[in-house]
Design a protein around this ligand. Structure first.
Ligand code: SF4
Length: 383
């Protein structure tokens, strides 16, 4: 399903301008946009009850006034509310709006003197959409959107098996795993050049003694429920590091998330970050338990926390990584916050797709198993 984008109706050819004309985008730009997105047109001014044609208006502080001095704030405000309702009904995360309009201007508007003087500011609808967390783009920025769409369609090189293996945290977190199984896991991870082994905290010291510096050891903290106190998590993390862990995958406090105690969620992560300085910290947000808004908020919090990775899942809840979640995390975290997909990665195709969507680590044991099976198959063919 294509992403839905709210757009000023005049930009797609609707004759709703105050003069009765439109501001239709270039044909190529418009067709590229339509290919990539479902466009939801809105003209806030006509939606608010103003006629076509109408007197030109400009913002004057909180008010909107026509060039004849008529206060049209009420109509503009009600049209802006309709634009917000439409955006929310269609779950639009982006609005492409006509620059300089007293309704739609996204970065610039006219200054209220009717002299053609533009100043930084937003139209009334753009302001309300922005305040509801919707990304506002001017028509001038649309070209950037089109380029992004074109880049996404450009065939990309599929990662080779060795590259997928190198992104794997070869994982064994089963509650009844044995020391021998952990040793086998380490042997496999070294042989296939995996990023690390991800193992329970109780096996870290033994694994470190076994592999020395041949392989990074990753372990899990506050796992899998995340509702331990922050100091307990910090202690666990420091203990794991003392035992030889190189990387820490912590679970956030989902109870705090559901209570919308965002400062506490951030403090919980920060406490573990402070206890893991100099080591890689991955923050598991357990996407299968989150609403879309919570995922976006957590992208923001994890990005600000100083963590190295945001990670989808523990693999012990209702669901694992999804392509949509990895894409959302990649798009909503800065480049220096990497994405780890984990939970339910069962095929090479899934692993490839997660990496193409921006995951730089994969939490799975399946890929090594696939590599082993391929080697066995090749050996059998040679016999
Ligand atoms: Fe275009 Fe927006 Fe003005 Fe309507 S209100 S004509 S959509 S700029």
């Amino acid at each position: 399903m294509k992403e839905k984008v709210l757009i000023s109706a005049c930009l797609i050819g609707s004759n709703c301008k105050y003069s009765g004309g439109n501001n239709c985008l270039d044909e190529n730009v418009l067709s590229r946009l339509k290919e990539k997105y479902d466009l939801i047109p809105v003209c806030p001014e006509t939606a608010g009850g103003l006629s076509i044609p109408r007197d030109p208006s400009e913002r004057l502080g909180d008010k909107v006034v026509s060039n004849k001095g008529r206060d049209v704030t009420e109509e503009f405000s009600s049209g802006a509310d309709i634009a917000v309702t439409l955006a929310e009904r269609f779950n639009c995360r982006t609005a492409v709006l006509k620059e300089r309009s007293p309704s739609c201007g996204s970065h610039m508007i006219y200054d209220g003197t009717f002299t053609g003087t533009a100043i930084p500011g937003r139209g009334l609808a753009a302001e309300k959409l922005y305040n509801r967390g919707i990304k506002i783009m001017s028509e001038n920025e649309v070209i950037e959107t089109v380029e992004t769409a074109e880049a996404a369609e450009t065939p990309v090189e599929r990662p080779a098996l060795k590259d997928i293996l190198a992104a794997c945290d070869h994982t064994l977190l089963r509650v009844d795993c044995t020391a021998d199984e952990i040793k086998t896991l380490c042997d496999q991870a070294i042989k296939y050049n995996c990023a690390s082994v991800c193992i329970p905290p109780c096996h870290v010291a033994g694994a470190k003694r076994y592999v020395g510096n041949k392989l990074p050891i990753c372990t899990v903290i506050g796992f899998p429920n995340g509702y331990m106190t922050s100091s307990a998590k910090a202690y666990e993390a420091a203990d794991a590091i003392r035992n030889g862990a190189d990387e820490i995958d912590m679970v956030i406090n989902l109870s705090m998330v559901k209570d919308a105690c965002w400062d506490d969620v951030a403090k919980d992560i920060k406490t573990v970050r402070d206890a893991t300085k100099g080591h890689i910290l991955k923050v598991i947000i357990e996407t299968c338990l989150l609403t879309q808004d919570e995922k976006l908020k957590l992208c923001e919090i994890v990005s600000a926390s100083g963590a190295d990775f945001i990670k989808t899942s523990t693999g012990f809840s209702k669901g694992g990584a999804t392509f949509e979640d990895v894409k959302l995390m990649r798009e909503n975290c800065p480049a220096d916050v990497k994405v780890k997909a984990a939970g339910g990665i069962s095929s090479l195709e899934d692993a490839e797709k997660f990496m193409l969507l921006g995951a730089e680590r994969l939490g799975t044991s399946r890929i090594v198993k696939i590599a082993i099976a391929e080697e066995e198959k090749a050996a059998a063919q040679q016999e």
